[in-house]
Design a protein around this ligand. Sequence first.
Ligand SMILES: Nc1ncnc2c1ncn2[C@@H]1O[C@H](COP(=O)(O)OP(=O)(O)OP(=O)(O)O)[C@@H](O)[C@H]1O
Ligand SMILES: [Mg+2]
Length: 369
Amino acid sequence: MTAMLARANAIELRGLKVAYGAMTVLRSVDLDIGEGEFLVLLGPSGCGKSTLLNAVAGLGQISEGQVFIGGDNVTWKQPKDRHIGMVFQSYALYPRMTVRKNLAFGLMMQRVPKAEIDARVAEAARILHLEPLLERRPSDLSGGQRQRVAIGRALVKNVKVFLFDEPLSNLDAKLRGELRVEIKRLHRDLGTTMIYVTHDQIEALTLADRVAVMKDGVIQQLDRPDVVYATPENRFVAGFIGAPGMNFLPGSLETGTDGPVFRAGDVLVPLAGYPFRGPPGAGRAVELGIRPEHVRLGDAAAGQAIRVEPTVDLVEPMGADALVWTTLAGHPFSVRVNAEETLPGKGPVTAGFPVARVSLFDVGSGARL
Ligand SMILES: Nc1ncnc2c1ncn2[C@@H]1O[C@H](COP(=O)(O)OP(=O)(O)OP(=O)(O)O)[C@@H](O)[C@H]1O
Ligand SMILES: [Mg+2]
């Protein structure tokens, strides 16, 4: 009994493939989403995020593979029989109905008793802070309020699984931040399994229990946000997560007296202590990655195991932080510093970072070394 309950709203995708004619959009995706997990699908436009979400929802054709919700094979079931609630980027509210009616309408169509509809609408309105808005029409709401009504319409259905497809991308930055917190709270309070599609990596890192980073219909890495951030599996993931992005220096590996060394022109980086996954391979073409926030400048660089001498081109203040744009071995190299630090002027500066923050990628395959 408990085993059944524990899987009541888990999702499993097995060998899922979606092709439109000759174009394969999803290539054999296997994915297990746990009971009550918040999974974020993150990737660039056109990588297949919505296609994957639609396959779970039962919208759109699957070429191969199977979808299970709560252990139940729903591959051939209608969307209405899958116990899911879906929220899209466009709110798609009924313009002539009040918020209350918008929330109740789906349940009225299902002939749910009126007392129960009233109770569920009241509960959704309470959770989403819609109580003062129930008698308004969508045209009299802000974008964020409309999107909350759209979430409420999914909420009243008592679903096993919530599917969100870029629900916040039509909103301005401030509202996006506010609703992001509300969605996180909603997940904490309901414990419902959620799949959330976005190309905004901040949303991914803040909301997800696990992030699946996608490219060209293939999941590149599936892990906790902190793991994806700290140990990207390949060059694509490394470049996609982080703003401003990771610095990449192309170069090669050499064998030094104290172990492997990275060389880019006359820049040498000792790599003693780097957790290579296999033999480093001297002469191999690699890219060294280091995030701007992991580099220290000037006096703060002195204690670091790795020190380099970039040239400062420009300082960009960003409120709490400042971005220092430099050039290292002919490549752009940015450093994020606290805006209250003494900022360097144009010209040479000492930069330092620990080997524990370094990522190395094979130039040919893009794989993490
Ligand atoms: N009905 C269709 N016929 C042919 N190609 C399609 C169809 N639907 C989607 N595609 C293609 O499949 C690919 C993946 O589309 P999908 O909508 O899943 O991308 P996405 O990751 O959600 O992108 P975005 O971030 O822009 O929403 C795209 O190249 C798209 O053009
Ligand atoms: Mg999409």
